[in-house]
Write a protein that binds this ligand. Structure first.
Ligand SMILES: *Cc1c(COP(=O)(O)O)cnc(C)c1O
Length: 398
């Protein structure tokens, strides 16, 4: 997916290429950036940073927001603020982009991978409950993994592809055992779970404004929470843990993770258009699902009854035996026609980067990763471009 970040509207793709997903820049971006340049408010404080934080907090439905340089740094700080300690264990979806798992390692903790559920492809709440109830033991106010002996302190449900995780059962079991829930909502801005905004469901949550997310600042992130103390700590840690603004006194080892006003200005303009982007994504998804659901060997992504997905990255599953080729062959075939598609991520329990974390098979995530293919779904995808994708799939399915 990251490949698409190099394709931007200002450098149009070669004729005939339909990119997977590119940014949509058509609002006040230029005006707000010009304002920053004209006033020289370009760096890590400024009115656009404050405004961007307020806009994202309001969208998520939280009291506080702290802007960061990217979504990965937001996750790193959220784990620190949530009190995750070195050698702790943190439950995390295995079917995810790698960033939340890397963030667990940044704080010296270890991931416990949780398989996906087959209906909406998200972290399986039944596996979370099973692990915590059966494979852990409660001792002296803390929960310990029976196998490793390590303390379990947090859960990171990753809302993938714009669809929420079924969070209520996870929140209930997390409350029971005193675990903090850190939502990785980086792909979920604008989605709702049982009417509540993604990002307001757990104890703290993170967003990303990377180039292929639903809105972008080029690169950026946000931490949101209702916890005033945590928000203050997040701001402190992202600004080098500065205790005295004049005398350069730092209370601990901090980070330079703040977003610049220049990028926040782009973020404000993008946020103004979020609802129209979400509508565009849903419209694209509805058309794909309508046209593809009858094709043999293709299973379109669904929206669970308790969710309102944004369909940020529209994805189908290819059943090789019926369709006649596997998802990778299909990707190459469509690629030759200028239609840019991408598989999902290697499930992280299989990743060489996290090979030291020894776990068993995760059959659902592994099968989804083999079969999944994301289709072109830029906010600005035209009807004729989408017709080309649908037509190509229909022809191959025959
Ligand atoms: C994009 C993404 C991130 C990280 O965001 P960056 O801004 O690229 O650091 C984290 N988690 C998931 C699931 C993502 O898709």
């Amino acid at each position: 997916m990251k490949v698409t970040e190099t394709l931007t509207p200002s450098a149009p793709p070669a004729t005939g290429v339909v990119p997977l997903s590119v940014p949509e820049i058509r609002g006040n971006e230029w005006r707000y950036v010009k304002d920053c340049l004209d006033t020289a408010w370009v760096s890590s404080v400024g009115s656009y940073v404050d405004r961007f934080e307020q806009m994202v907090a309001q969208q998520a439905g939280t009291k506080y927001a702290v802007a960061t340089v990217n979504g990965t740094s937001a996750l790193h700080i959220a784990l620190l603020v949530a009190g995750v300690q070195p050698e702790d264990e943190v439950l995390v979806s295995t079917l995810t982009f790698i960033a939340p798992v890397n963030a667990i390692r940044y704080v010296g903790a270890w991931p416990v991978f949780i398989d996906a559920e087959p209906a909406s492809w998200q972290m399986d709440p039944a596996r979370v409950v099973e692990f915590l109830e059966r494979d852990c033991r409660w001792n002296d106010g803390s929960l310990y993994n029976r196998r490793t002996g390590r303390r379990v302190t947090a859960v990171i449900p990753v809302h993938i592809l714009g669809h929420p995780v079924d969070l209520d059962p996870i929140l209930a079991v997390a409350r029971k055992f005193g675990l903090n829930v850190v939502e990785d909502a980086t792909e979920g801005l604008g989605a709702t779970y049982k009417g509540r905004g993604v990002g307001s469901l757990g104890d703290i949550a993170c967003f990303s404004f990377n180039g292929n997310k639903i809105i972008t600042t080029g690169g950026g992130g946000m931490i949101v929470t209702d916890n005033e103390e945590w928000a203050g700590r997040a701001k402190y840690l992202t600004t080098q843990a500065k205790d005295d603004p004049i005398e350069y006194v730092h209370g601990q080892v901090g980070y330079n993770y703040r977003l610049t006003n220049l990028l926040a200005a782009i973020g404000c303009a993008q946020m103004e258009q979020l609802s129209s982007y979400v509508s565009a994504k849903r419209k694209i998804a509805a058309r794909y699902s309508e046209e593809l659901h009858n094709l043999p060997g293709i299973a379109p992504m669904r929206n669970a009854p308790w969710a309102a997905s944004t369909f940020w990255m529209y994805t189908i599953l290819i059943e090789e035996e019926t369709f006649g080729m596997d998802s990778r062959q299909l990707m190459r075939t469509l690629g030759l026609q200028g239609l840019q598609c991408r598989p999902l991520w290697q499930p992280i329990h299989k990743s060489p980067a996290h090979a030291s974390t020894n776990v068993g098979a995760m059959p659902v995530a592994e099968q989804l990763a083999r079969r999944a293919l994301s289709l072109p779904c830029s906010v600005g995808l035209t009807e004729s471009e989408q017709a080309r994708v649908i037509g190509a799939l229909a022809k191959l399915a025959e």
